[in-house]
Design a protein around this ligand. Structure first.
Ligand code: DHB
Length: 312
């Protein structure tokens, strides 16, 4: 089965790798991903300065869902430049994705320029959808601000593959509005979706929310989020397939979930919750489950599956 993929000129030996989420904050965690069968290494979303975790409890997981508000803990972007140098030294053939986040344009520009100029980072993922910092917006729900930000970012003269991590949209009209903005710029990929932001789960026994930060509001993943992710992938692919690839970041439990998202139009796949739970073994497990399932259906290359959803 042919499972390599490219983003612009960057080769991913496998289209399955980690999401910016669990287990990608420290240098040790990043080196462990690089040494596994993950096709690339996404570093934790980083900000200009280091940030601490939100107060506990900040992450609760049961079988069918998880809710989180980690609070963007990271070591600050300068550390991720150092970590990228060490990863590249030890694993020169694995692409490194820097995930960039903050809430004012000047900070975005500072970080984008730093990673763009760095010789070790291969791909830039700009996160426009973090729901977990009190008082800060999920930027990609504000279409006008997103348009202005993209205009300014591309004016910096970006040469590396660059993409944007988006929140879920629940109305195809909104997906179309965002797609029309993306089409105006040389966007290489989008990562969709981030968690369903600002949800509340209450424990009736204790009469409290399950997590402490932000009045109990947090990002939701779960079995019922997967159809939202599939719909976002399908609707975006329909509108921007000719110039922008889609990285699916969703609720993945097994290789068949991956198969479904390729059918809907994703070209690459990031694992988040399952990676948090199983550690790096999940990359090999999910890849081999995917290969077994896709081969049994007669496919020999992921490009034959992408956007191959049959019409009813
Ligand atoms: C966090 C959560 C997100 O969904 C995200 O995109 C970035 C950071 C967090 O809480 O750490």
């Amino acid at each position: 089965m042919h499972i390599s993929q490219t983003l612009k000129t960057v080769e991913f030996p496998s289209f399955i790798f980690n999401a910016s989420g669990p287990r990608c904050t420290t240098q040790g965690e990043l080196l462990k991903i690089a040494g596994s069968s993950a096709g690339g290494i996404t570093m934790k979303s980083c900000s200009p300065e280091a940030r601490q975790w939100n107060p506990e409890p900040r992450y609760i997981e049961v079988d069918m869902w998880s809710i989180n508000s980690m609070g963007l803990p990271n070591h600050g972007y300068k550390k991720y430049l150092e970590y990228a140098a060490e990863i590249k030294k030890q694993f020169p053939n694995k692409p490194i994705i820097a995930s960039i986040v903050w809430f004012c344009p000047e900070d975005f520009f500072l970080l984008i320029k730093a990673f763009q100029e760095d010789k070790n980072v291969d791909v830039l993922e700009v996160n426009l959808s973090c729901p977990n910092v009190v008082g800060k917006p999920q930027i990609a729900y504000d279409f006008e601000t997103t348009d202005e930000l993209l205009q300014q970012i591309f004016a910096l003269g970006i040469t590396k593959p660059i993409g944007f991590k988006l929140p879920p949209y629940f109305d195809p009209v909104h997906t179309e509005m965002m797609a029309n903005i993306l089409k105006k710029y040389p966007v290489d990929f989008i990562t969709c979706i981030n968690s369903v932001g600002n949800t509340l789960i209450i424990d009736p026994e204790t009469e409290q929310p399950l997590i402490a930060p932000k009045w109990g509001l947090g990002g939701l993943w779960g079995d019922y989020v997967k159809p939202v992710a599939l719909a976002n992938v399908r609707m975006f692919y329909k509108m921007i397939w000719d110039k922008t690839k889609i990285i699916w970041c969703g609720w993945i439990k097994n290789g068949i979930d991956v198969f479904e998202h390729l059918l809907a139009g994703a070209s690459l796949v990031q694992l988040g919750t399952v990676f948090g739970k199983e550690d790096t073994d999940c990359f090999e497990r999910i890849e081999s489950e995917f290969i077994e399932y896709a081969s049994s259906k007669g496919y020999s290359d992921i490009s034959e599956i992408i956007w191959n959803l049959k019409e009813l």
